[in-house]
Design a protein around this ligand. Structure first.
Ligand code: NAD
Length: 487
């Protein structure tokens, strides 16, 4: 099956922070893949803008190296790398000074779709927005793209929103949460709202509970300083896991359009109850004994008394007609046993078993796997084949894309490919609106403030384990258990 490529209009994409890690690892490879797919118009241009003093050729060399290292996936035919690099330009600018802005202005020329990607530290967002305006670089086809973290708490998120709102209307601001760009996450909406089967069951009458797990095997790596000020709650729950929760829990929007979808997500966040202290577990990973490469969290962040969590598990309740009585269990952590992001919708048992409880089988589970091996599986109960009476087993109805969709499914577009093209198309559906981000912080802040007030210390857990034992207890006392992390 060959997917349709819908060309976009000619554009200029300016990457502030164009020499940084995110640009090299994600943004440039994503653009390259869209170029290979034939989605980039012939006169689209990508301009790296950063502090380093380098020529256009140096930048193209850097980009070529980045594509070699991170390009991955579908190979372009010979010669196309050169074609893509031809579209790249570079300008040295200082977000905090005047250097380079006139050069950028002269590179831009005719007004057309102009996307400024702020792939820099958030404390530069206000400066960049101000200078773009001062130098007359914005017009009504201008969009700006901002990365996470969008704020450290509610106050700082509000300050960022205010700084951006001084120069741009909300329709011009694209706040990235790359989880929303994942094929499976969009498929979750397709499954929910494109089929008649699921929606009638999608409520507390039929869903026992929902588990959302985002497990990583990596530790904090080189991000120790940032991470120790953030922790798993700010780095993962406030954005990625809450976005997934919103898409699972929201009411059907009237249309698949940006404000209709985001209005519904916002209602979910606003309907979340405060989390009780005994409904949340924090952890910090230990070193692997005798293995200098796998330091414990505190050594990795160089803070022997750090009380920042590298793991969180919590039970959330949504107080509305659809979900009262169905808990949402969220967990995320670093240095866990496997890299696995999965949502499990755990349906209730049948009201009565005509086969007798000893026959086994059930309940139904809809598993939405984000990584690895994106796909959706529905566990259904059938009869175990063969003679020997009516014994039941659960088999997966597998919607794994690799099998169902052939090569397209094996190599779905990276989230950044989708999201960047949506910016160019001017479609904000998969981006967070300012009020959504603020509402998410308003829910998260009291949890973090509670830990601080109580002097809470995260529980240690073994590296490459399933996390602290208390997280199991969180479900066990409700008569439930986590689904295994390993996919
Ligand atoms: P980085 O430190 O690797 O790169 C920073 C870039 O900003 C460089 O190109 C640098 O030249 C430029 N820069 C710094 N100060 C500047 C100034 N005064 N004027 C102009 N340019 C300046 O950072 P990164 O890892 O690429 O991250 C960029 C942003 O994306 C950050 O907000 C980060 O939190 C976010 N982010 C990064 C990742 C990732 O995987 N790297 C993932 C999610 C979000």
């Amino acid at each position: 099956m060959v997917s349709r490529v819908i060309p976009v209009e000619p554009f200029d994409l300016i990457i502030f922070g164009g020499t940084g890690d995110l640009a090299r690892r994600k943004i440039l490879p994503a653009l390259f893949r869209r170029y290979c797919a034939g989605q980039m118009p012939a006169d689209a241009r990508v301009i790296g803008a950063a502090r380093s003093d380098m020529s256009r050729d140096d930048y193209r060399d850097m980009a070529a190296e980045a594509l070699r290292e991170f390009g991955g996936g579908r190979a372009c035919e010979d010669g196309t790398v050169a074609g893509f690099l031809d579209r790249l330009d570079y300008v040295q600018v200082d977000a905090r000074g005047e250097a380079g802005w006139e050069d950028l202005a002269s590179l831009l020329g005719e007004p057309r779709i102009r996307a400024f990607y702020f792939s820099v530290s958030p404390d530069l967002f206000g400066d960049l927005a101000q200078r773009l305006t001062d130098h007359g670089l914005t017009h009504d086809q201008t969009r700006i793209v901002v990365e996470k973290p969008f704020g450290h708490d509610l106050d700082s998120a509000k300050a960022l929103n205010t700084a951006l709102a001084a120069h741009f209307v909300e329709e011009q601001v694209y706040r990235i949460d790359h989880y929303l760009g994942k094929e499976t996450v969009q498929n979750l909406m397709a499954v929910r709202f494109g089929n008649v089967l699921f929606e009638p069951l999608w409520n507390s009458q039929f869903v026992d509970h929902i588990q959302i797990t985002v497990a990583e095997t990596v530790g904090v790596g080189g991000r120790g300083e940032y991470y120790d000020h953030a922790g798993a709650m700010r780095d993962m729950i406030q954005n990625h896991l809450m976005q997934l929760l919103c898409l699972i829990a929201m009411e059907p929007p009237a249309k698949f359009d940006p404000d209709a979808v985001r209005d519904e997500k916002l209602k979910v966040i606003r309907a979340l109850d405060s989390v009780l202290p005994h409904h949340i577990v924090r952890g910090q990973y230990d070193a692997v004994a005798g293995d200098a490469e796998h330091q414990g969290y505190r050594e990795a962040v160089n803070n022997p008394r750090s009380t920042t969590e590298s793991y969180v598990a919590l039970k959330a309740h949504i107080s509305n007609w659809r979900w009262t009585g169905t808990p949402f269990y969220l967990r995320t952590g670093k240095r866990l046993v496997a890299r696995s992001s999965v949502i499990n919708v755990m349906f209730k048992k049948t009201p009565h078993s005509i086969f007798g409880l000893e026959a086994g089988g059930g309940p139904n589970i809809l598993s939405i796997r984000l990584q690895p091996n994106e796909g959706i599986t529905l566990a259904v109960t059938i009869k175990e084949p063969g003679p020997g009476g009516m014994r039941l087993i659960d088999v997966p109805l597998d919607m794994t894309f690799a099998e169902a969709l052939g090569p397209e499914g094996e190599d779905p577009p990276d989230a950044y490919e989708r999201l960047i093209m949506d910016v160019i198309r001017g479609n904000q559906t998969l981006f967070m609106r300012g009020d959504e981000v603020e509402a998410a912080w308003a829910w998260t802040d009291p949890i973090i403030a509670g830990w601080k007030a109580r002097g809470d210390v995260p529980k240690p857990y073994d590296s490459f384990s399933i996390g602290p034992g208390d997280a199991d207890e969180l479900l066990r006392r409700d008569g439930r258990a986590w689904r295994g992390i390993k996919p």
